[in-house]
Write a protein that binds this ligand. Structure first.
Ligand code: SF4
Length: 307
């Protein structure tokens, strides 16, 4: 297994992985710092509205992972006007990356998508646009629209994968396959878009072999960045019921950090690591209680990587 490292620019610190800020500064060289601005485009998800399924992914409760989950009835233009001054106040001079976050943000007819995205592409205060979606909601006409918008400002397509194991994808009710993910990523790259993904380490029944397989896919697909999360059990989900019945166990803090270190060693330096922990919002978290301890997770992972 390759171990990747290099000296951080202007420091003697050994870089053990490529941080997301490095990817952002390459993508937006005019800014020293770039902050994400979460936006709600008012869309739902085919895995919730009955087109693919009604129960959603077994771990999903958008209230737990998006600060704007309840802004569906507020126009995108109004969200931008409300939140941009807050970012400027907290991070003066930062570039702003609009982030269509909750649910599936390519799930509408292409003409409607154009209207939803327009305030972000038209705003002189927004440097780029990130769009979170599923692999099965990226038809060719959507890809063409995104390629067109990408000529106005950079588009970062965040395509959720979670795991490269098709059996697990079925078990958690994702409603798509690894092959669909690969096809979507290939077409997005052909359209000239930057592509990132989200993965979960510790899904029911998965082992280090599955984490390694997912990491190899991330690497082989040439993704720009990956968000790594531990499995969160949040209120109001099927997984919460299953967890209460003790049908599976969560990774311990140590086992999760080892899984992240293994994942990063395989992914290497070409894919930036956007995060390797995550907080749940709105008091929705049931377990694991350590998942919000970013600093502790970061320190342990770096120690395991040899930092
Ligand atoms: S694809 Fe996303 S929004 Fe849809 S059910 Fe799954 S996690 Fe929830």
């Amino acid at each position: 297994m390759r171990v990747f490292s290099f000296l951080g620019k202007g420091t003697n610190k050994l870089m053990l992985y490529t941080p997301y800020r490095t990817f952002l500064s390459k993508t937006f060289p005019a800014f020293r710092k770039v902050r994400k601005l979460s936006l709600n485009g008012g869309m739902t998800c085919p895995n919730l509205d009955g087109v693919k399924g009604t129960g959603g992914c077994s771990y999903c409760n958008n209230k737990s992972f998006s600060p704007v989950w309840d802004k569906a009835s507020v126009s995108v233009a109004d969200q931008i006007s409300e939140f941009i001054p807050l970012i400027h106040k907290k991070y003066p001079g930062a570039g702003i990356l609009a982030y269509f976050q909750p649910y599936t943000n390519t799930y509408a007819p292409v003409e409607r998508l154009k209207e939803i995205y327009e305030p972000a592409f038209a705003s002189s205060e927004i440097a780029g646009v990130a769009i979170g979606t599923r692999p099965d909601c990226l038809a060719d006409d959507v890809m063409e629209l995104l390629a067109e918008e990408n000529r106005r400002k950079p588009v970062i397509l965040e395509i959720g994968l979670q795991t490269a194991n098709d059996e697990t994808l079925k078990l958690i009710g994702r409603g798509h396959t690894l092959a669909e993910f690969k096809d979507a990523v290939n077409r997005a790259h052909l359209a000239g878009l930057l592509v990132t993904t989200h993965v979960i380490l510790g899904l029911p029944g998965e082992t280090a072999e599955d984490f390694a397989k997912t990491a190899h896919i991330v690497r082989e697909m040439g993704l720009s960045a990956v968000k790594i999360h531990p499995l969160h059990i949040v209120r109001g989900t099927r997984l919460a019921d299953s967890f209460a019945k003790k049908e599976f166990e969560l990774l311990s803090f140590d086992a999760y950090c080892e899984a992240v270190a293994l994942f990063i060693r395989i992914v290497g330096m070409d894919t930036a690591i956007e995060r390797f922990s995550g907080e749940s919002q709105n008091n929705m978290l049931i377990a694991p209680e350590w998942s919000g301890n970013r600093n502790q997770i970061g320190a342990r992972v770096e120690a395991l990587l040899g930092g």
